[in-house]
Design a protein around this ligand. Structure first.
Ligand SMILES: Nc1ncnc2c1ncn2[C@@H]1O[C@H](COP(=O)(O)OP(=O)(O)OP(=O)(O)O)[C@@H](O)[C@H]1O
Length: 251
């Protein structure tokens, strides 16, 4: 379980997150859905302990990333907005380093590497340096790094960005398998069909606040709309889609 309680954050006096609170349950895929600049990345960076909040509290399992970053990191896998690959290392070398940083060694390390190699179909890439990898290949390696220590919680910032249909399918298959195993999954996106298809629960974010939460069906019922895109516009901008488009607001 991830718990975000009353988080606030400003940059140069400009509020970006405003008393943000939500929970991410185990064994579910939760989407943080928001327009560009809504505050998704800032929120995820605080949950991962990469950014300090001005106020409020986060719990990742039983660890507060601001007070116990190591404890939180052990329970977290993160696919960030940058892949963070080391281009001179092969996939095997790269994953080996990250697995060791998570405390794996000996037989457990070998088993962990073999498992992600198979699950993420990395065999053909295994002994290649990551320099020059395609976007889909980079995502696979980044996801393997996030999963190699079998974390309870997985956070992904816009994971399908730049991916082709096969790479998206592999990602989807991986997330569904992790969900079945009880993993707590939180991903950010502004792509409505992807969110509607992938997530069990959607947190709609606008101007640094959660303005709606529920299944896509619940959000549609709450906003009186027939699909997630219209629900999003209604909840995030307080307007029915036809009005928003007419006034030049994001649709
Ligand atoms: N380090 C920073 N310094 C100053 N402003 C920042 C910083 N990080 C984020 N911001 C601002 O905070 C706001 C929210 O940014 P954030 O990246 O969290 O949004 P987002 O919802 O992830 O957007 P996108 O979908 O475009 O990635 C933006 O106005 C951004 O310019």
């Amino acid at each position: 379980m991830i718990r975000v309680d009353n988080i606030s954050k400003s940059f140069a006096g400009k509020p970006v997150l405003r008393n943000l609170s939500f929970e991410v349950p185990d064994g579910r895929i939760t989407a943080l859905l928001g327009a560009n600049g809504a505050g998704k990345t800032s929120c995820l960076r605080i949950v991962c302990g990469l950014l300090k909040a001005d106020g409020g509290r986060v719990l990742v399992g039983n660890a507060d990333p601001a007070l116990d970053p190591r404890g939180a990191r052990r329970q977290l896998g993160v696919v960030g907005d940058r892949e963070g690959l080391y281009e001179r290392l092969t996939v095997r070398e790269y994953l080996d380093i990250f697995a060791r940083m998570q405390g794996l060694s000996g037989k457990a390390l070998a088993q962990a590497l073999a498992a992600v190699r198979e699950e993420l179909e990395l065999g053909a890439l295994w002994d290649r340096r990551t320099k020059g990898f395609s976007q889909g290949e980079r995502m696979k390696v980044s996801l393997a790094r996030a999963l190699v220590h079998r974390p309870q919680h997985l956070i992904l910032d816009e994971p399908t960005r730049g991916l082709d249909v096969l790479a998206v399918r592999l990602l989807r298959k991986t997330l569904l398998r992790l969900r079945a195993a009880g993993t707590t999954i939180l991903f950010s996106s502004h792509v409505m069909p992807e969110v509607a298809e992938l997530s069990d629960r959607v947190l709609v974010m606008a101007a640094g606040q959660i303005v709606g939460a529920g299944t896509p069906e619940q959000l549609a019922a709450e906003s009186g709309c027939s699909n997630l895109e219209d629900s999003f516009v209604a909840l995030a901008y307080g307007q029915r889609p036809s009005v928003a488009i007419a006034q030049g607001e994001p649709a």
